[in-house]
Design a protein around this ligand. Structure first.
Ligand code: FAD
Ligand code: DHB
Length: 401
């Protein structure tokens, strides 16, 4: 074999939550894989994104032996508040579902996962470029790429996992006429900040306000994560720190309004809002997982959890194939994932629609939104529906067999 060609069983593109968890699950099943990642390790470990882990995600990270720091530093939350009409209403998760969630930043999860790969001597290959997948219709697919030193290389595999996020290259390898694309783009975005300041409240607050949505989340007792609804093309230059603090405080106004303690803002960014699904999530020997196949708007914090649920299904199907049980589970991969994906799409769309100000809506629509919120917080059935989706619908439990 020429020296620039390397063989592995599963070639994984992308070292986000999906790719990193998949490789660990495969290793537990005795299946070799290699992860190729475009960015540097430091970039992946510092990219600020999601922050809420469903109970199924927490259990999976524990089962993989990467949950210790999460258990020490993560914050177990037993509920969230919905705030509207100047009042807060609590949704109590253990009472409604018997379950909880964990507030722990995605970049911390990524750090823990990378550390485990490095400890096992199988670091992702960072800073690769020009990634191209070939032969996915055959049983000898390959990934062509340039490594960090500039050398052109080929990874010959049995299967390829496209875990390269929404802007990755693997989805584009599927003939477009075979893919159905379902998409909705929202007329607003989130301006997200990190600040060195104490918590606004002991739990998260989702606030529907006439001035727009706001979310008060946390990362630790001294670091807070907060979001303001803004325009999709919002110019961060128009948002000096004082304006952000002022706007956050205004979107909390009313009865027992928490008083924000102002601290240094250490990070600011705008997150666009999109719902997106491609069907099927597989073609030949290529399997898409996570954001490469579907995106949810962030309200309800489903994105990272969905990505991890996908690879739980994929690793189980690959393990079945390598154990000689045939391709039935691989063939069913997309169908199996999409059932859960569409439920998360529905929940994220619903939370987004219920909580954001939509300037395209009329006064009737606004009154419906408030009626919906009143119903959700006053009906046990409706609160329970929100809670069971928020803590996470049943997680695929086929990962260790
Ligand atoms: P990613 O985390 O996107 O990982 C994909 C990886 O592939 C990346 O490391 C990327 O560098 C790499 N890659 C891309 N192209 C290539 C290539 N050609 N070759 C090699 N590697 C490549 N979800 C929430 O629930 N709450 C939030 O607040 C939230 N905020 C977000 C903010 C932003 C700006 C974004 C983009 C997403 C946010 N999400 C949020 C969604 C959540 O973070 C994602 O659902 C989650 O990261 C999906 O994991 P993944 O592994 O599928 O993809
Ligand atoms: C966070 C993000 C979300 O999208 C959400 O619904 C709750 C919390 C966060 O980043 O902490």
């Amino acid at each position: 074999m020429p020296e620039n060609i390397e063989r592995t069983r599963v070639g994984i593109v992308g070292a986000g939550p999906a790719g990193l968890v998949l490789a660990l699950l495969l290793r537990r099943a005795g299946i070799a894989s290699v992860i190729l990642e475009a960015r540097s390790r430091a970039y992946c470990e510092q990219r600020i994104r999601a922050g809420v882990l469903e109970h199924g995600t927490v259990d999976l990270l524990d089962a993989l032996g990467v949950g210790d720091r999460m258990r020490r530093e993560g914050l177990v939350h037993h509920g969230v508040y919905l705030r509207f009409g100047g009042r807060s209403h609590r949704i109590d998760f253990p009472d409604l579902t018997g379950k909880n969630i964990m507030v722990y930043g995605q970049h911390e999860v990524v750090k823990d996962l990378i550390a485990e790969h490095v400890r096992a001597g199988e670091s992702p290959r960072f800073e690769v470029s020009d990634v191209r997948v070939e032969g996915i219709e055959s049983d000898r697919p390959s990934i062509h790429y340039r490594d960090a030193s500039g050398a052109d290389r080929v990874l010959a595999c049995d299967f390829i996992a496209g875990c390269d996020g929404f802007h990755g290259v693997t989805r584009g390898a599927i003939p477009p006429e075979l893919l159905a694309v379902y998409e909705r783009v929202y007329p607003f975005a989130w301006l997200g900040i990190l600040s060195d300041s104490p918590p606004v409240c002991e739990e998260l607050i989702y606030s529907n306000h006439d001035r727009g949505f706001a979310l008060f989340s946390q990362r630790s007792p001294t670091v807070q994560r907060m979001y303001l609804q803004c325009a999709p093309d919002e110019d961060l230059g128009g948002w000096p720190d004082e304006r952000i603090w002022d706007e956050l405080q205004r979107r909390l106004e009313g009865e027992a309004a928490p008083q924000l303690v102002i601290g240094p803002i250490t990070q600011k960014g705008v997150t666009p809002m999109r719902s997106f699904v491609v069907e099927p999530m597989q073609y030949g020997r290529l399997f898409l997982a996570g954001d490469a196949a579907h995106i949810v708007p962030p309200t309800g914090a489903k994105g990272m959890n969905l990505a991890i649920a996908d690879v739980a299904v994929l690793s189980g199907a690959l393990a079945a194939w390598y154990a000689g049980r045939g391709s039935a589970e691989l063939d069913a991969y997309s169908t199996r994932c999409l059932g859960r994906v569409w439920k998360a799409e529905r929940f994220s769309w619903w939370m987004t629609s219920m909580l954001h100000r939509n300037d395209r809506d009329d006064a009737f629509g606004r009154r419906l939104q408030l009626a919906e919120l009143e119903y959700v917080v006053n009906s046990r059935a409706a609160s329970q529906s929100l809670a069971e989706n928020y803590v996470g619908l049943p997680f695929p439990n086929i990962y260790f067999r």
